[in-house]
Design a protein around this ligand. Structure first.
Ligand SMILES: *Cc1c(COP(=O)(O)O)cnc(C)c1O
Length: 402
C-alpha cells in the first residue's frame, strides 16, 4: 500500500479526487432560456429575437454604440483586421507571446506579423516596444489581455494612433475586465470577444466585435454578410444561452478575483516556484498598472511564471503532478517565434521575455476560481504537496510538451 499523503502522481490520494470542476457549470437560467427559445420557435429562426437582443445588450454592457456577433473569436479578429483594411503586404504588430490563431489570422490576410517582446513581469504586450516596431507597412496592432493580466491599452492606442495604426483589442480572455477605467475591448478601435467552450461566457462557440466608429462597424458587418445573410453567424440558441450569463458576469468576475487573492495568499512562500502575473500586494491589479484605482481583472486563466530551478522539477512534471491532484493547470502558450521559420514574421528587438514565458508560463484554468474559498485553497494545498515531495518527483523523467 502506498502512503495516501503522497502526491497522486506517486500513488497517493489526489487533493481533489473528483478532479477539476467541469465548465460550464449547470445554470438554471441558461436552461430556462434554452427551453423558452425552443418553446417559442426562436431556435429554428434565421433572424429571431435573441441575436439582436444580445448584440444590443453587449453594446450597452460595454458602453459602446455598436456590437455585432459572429461564429467565433478567431473570425472576429479577422473581421476586425479587415475593418482596419489590413491586406496583402501589410504588417500587423503583436506580442511574441500571444494566441496562435491571431498570428495565423494575420497570415490568412496576406499580411506579416511583427513580433515584439512582452513585459518581463506582466507577460503582456509591452507598449514601450511598439514605436520601434512600426514601419511604413504597419496597419494594425493586436493587443491581447492574457491569463488574467491587462495590457495598458490606452498607451497602446495613443502610440498607435500617432502613427496612423489601428488597434484590435482582443478581450477574449478578459470579458468584463476593467483597464484604465474602461471595459476590456472598448479602448482599441475594435474590440474582440470570444464565447468559445472554455471562455467566461460560453455558447460552445461564438464571438463578438465592439466598435465606437460606425464606419469600422459597417465595414466589419459588410464583410460578415453575403447578401441578406451573415455567412458565419451566432445562432439564436447560442445567443439565448449567452444572455443570462452576461447579466451575471460582473458578479462572477468579482468572485473569481476575490478567490485569486485568497489563492495567491495561500500559496507556499518557499520555494518561490510560482509568481503570479498579477501582483497581489496591490489587490490583484496587473503589475505595473498605472491606473490601479480603476483596473479590475477578469480571470479566464491565472498566469504564473514557474521557476523550475527553484522547485527542482521541470515544468512538465510540475504540471503533470498538479493535474494528478485534480487541479486544471497547463503550460502556457508556445511563443510565436519559437520553432517557426523566421520568414513567417519579423522580430522587432529581442524577444527574451516572450521566450521566458514560452519556457516558464503555467496557467490555472478559471472554473475552480468560481468555487468556494475552501476549494480554491485546495489549489495551494496541491502545490504545497508537490513541493513537499519535489525530490521524489524530480526523479521522474521529464516529457516533452504535448
Ligand atoms: C479564445 C481566444 C480567442 C478566440 O477564440 P475562438 O475559440 O475562435 O472563439 C482569441 N484570442 C484569445 C486570446 C483567446 O484566448
Amino acid at each position: 500500500m502506498s502512503d495516501p499523503a503522497l502526491p497522486a502522481l506517486l500513488g497517493g490520494v489526489p487533493v481533489r479526487p473528483s478532479g477539476p470542476p467541469v465548465w460550464p457549470f449547470p445554470d438554471a437560467e441558461v436552461q430556462a432560456a434554452l427551453a423558452a427559445a425552443v418553446a417559442s420557435g426562436a431556435w429554428g429562426q434565421y433572424h429571431g429575437e435573441h441575436v439582436c437582443a444580445l448584440e444590443s445588450e453587449l453594446a450597452t454592457f460595454h458602453g459602446v454604440p455598436h456590437a455585432t456577433t459572429c461564429a467565433s473569436g478567431t473570425l472576429a479578429v479577422e473581421a476586425a483586421l479587415r475593418a482596419l483594411r489590413v491586406g496583402p503586404g501589410d504588417e500587423v504588430v503583436m506580442a511574441a507571446y500571444d494566441y496562435e490563431s491571431n498570428f495565423l489570422t494575420v497570415h490568412s490576410l496576406g499580411a506579416k506579423p511583427v513580433l515584439v517582446d512582452v513585459h518581463h513581469e506582466t507577460g503582456q504586450l509591452d507598449p514601450a516596444r511598439l514605436e520601434a516596431a512600426f514601419g511604413p507597412q504597419t496597419k494594425a496592432v493586436i493587443c491581447s489581455h492574457l491569463h488574467g493580466g491587462l495590457v495598458p491599452v490606452s498607451d497602446v492606442v495613443e502610440i498607435a494612433h500617432r502613427h496612423n495604426v489601428g488597434v484590435v483589442e482582443d478581450a477574449a480572455q478578459a470579458l468584463g475586465a476593467v483597464v484604465g477605467g474602461r471595459l476590456a475591448g472598448t479602448t482599441g478601435d475594435v474590440g474582440v470577444l470570444s464565447f468559445g467552450g472554455s471562455k467566461l461566457l460560453t455558447a460552445g462557440r461564438g464571438g463578438a466585435l465592439l466598435f465606437h466608429d460606425p464606419q469600422l462597424f459597417q465595414r466589419a458587418k459588410l464583410w460578415l454578410h453575403r447578401g441578406l445573410q451573415q455567412w458565419a453567424p451566432l445562432s439564436e440558441l447560442q445567443a439565448a444561452a449567452l444572455r443570462p450569463q452576461l447579466a451575471k458576469l460582473p458578479a462572477m468576475n468579482a468572485r473569481r478575483a476575490e478567490n485569486v487573492k485568497e489563492l495567491v495568499a495561500a500559496l507556499p512562500v518557499e520555494p518561490r516556484g510560482l509568481t503570479p502575473w498579477v501582483a497581489q500586494d496591490h489587490g490583484g491589479k496587473p503589475r505595473g498598472s498605472k491606473d490601479e484605482q480603476h483596473d479590475s481583472p477578469a480571470f479566464y486563466k491565472l498566469g504564473f511564471h514557474y521557476d523550475a530551478a527553484a522547485v527542482g522539477i521541470s515544468r512538465e512534471v510540475f504540471v503533470k503532478a498538479l493535474r494528478a491532484e485534480g487541479i486544471a493547470v497547463d503550460a502556457g502558450f508556445k511563443a510565436l517565434h519559437v520553432g517557426r521559420s523566421p520568414s513567417r514574421f519579423r522580430a522587432s528587438g529581442d524577444l527574451t521575455n516572450a521566450t521566458a514565458a514560452h519556457d516558464g508560463c503555467v496557467v490555472l484554468h478559471h472554473p475552480v476560481l468560481a468555487l468556494s474559498p475552501a476549494e480554491v485553497r485546495q489549489v495551494a494545498e496541491a502545490v504545497a504537496k508537490v513541493y513537499r515531495y519535489r525530490d521524489s518527483l524530480a526523479d521522474r523523467p521529464s516529457q516533452t510538451r504535448g
